[in-house]
Write a protein that binds this ligand. Sequence first.
Ligand code: ADP
Ligand code: MG
Length: 242
Amino acid sequence: MLSVSNLYKTYESYNQKYEAVKDVSFEIQKGEFVSLIGPSGSGKTTIFNCISGFLKSTSGEIKLEGKDIANKTESEISHFRSNKLGFVFQDFMLIDGLTVLENIFLPQIIAGKDICDIEKQTENLLSKLNILEIENKYPHEISGGQKQRVAVARALSNVPLIILADEPTGNLDSVSGSKVIDAFITAKRDLGTTIFMVTHDAKAASLSDRVIGIRDGQIFKTIKNNGDRKVFLDEIFDLMKA
Ligand code: ADP
Ligand code: MG
């Protein structure tokens, strides 16, 4: 459903060129939860931003459900982003002046959905992600882990083709981080959501179906989760040491 082929990204500033992403290719199937793992500076966010359309690639092809995302105008990209993609970032990006409920309503209102549908969809997501009891709280009244689960609910609210998450556990302790990953797994199981997560957190990655290792802008290994989390975690640690 997502395919990235021969992606290159070179940054140019003050006549300096830096090749941040070099010939990266991978695919993600519908309903799959895939992690891209690598050290800081390895090119993860660059790849993420190319897929999101925030950044133009130097060359290569990115297709979502067979459609090339590169050849779109600015307004097509922004429509595509708000209707087809769901985002989760390290720093939550909730709106401080809105309650949890209102934060999740907002993208649905922007998408022009009927208010009854919005209410139904939101209640459903709040209950699935175990955050129903905080629906009337403001972001400053809830924990980091709760904020991130609200961000996951918001990302799911318009039923995106794919959830794109950049270091979603980066600002959380490991218990809160696990709850956020649980929210992804719930979405995958109950809603068939496809998830692409960028991370340097091996524990978080060990809950996904497949881990793609990146280093110096290049993929060097892909490993699959065969169901034993402990084994998978060890394999991920080995991959990170390699
Ligand atoms: P990661 O998310 O894995 O930490 P990034 O994709 O953010 O890595 O960065 C990859 C490399 O590209 C780094 O060396 C970084 O310094 C460089 N880089 C990122 N953004 C820019 C930019 N706008 N201009 C120049 N170099 C950049
Ligand atoms: Mg990054």
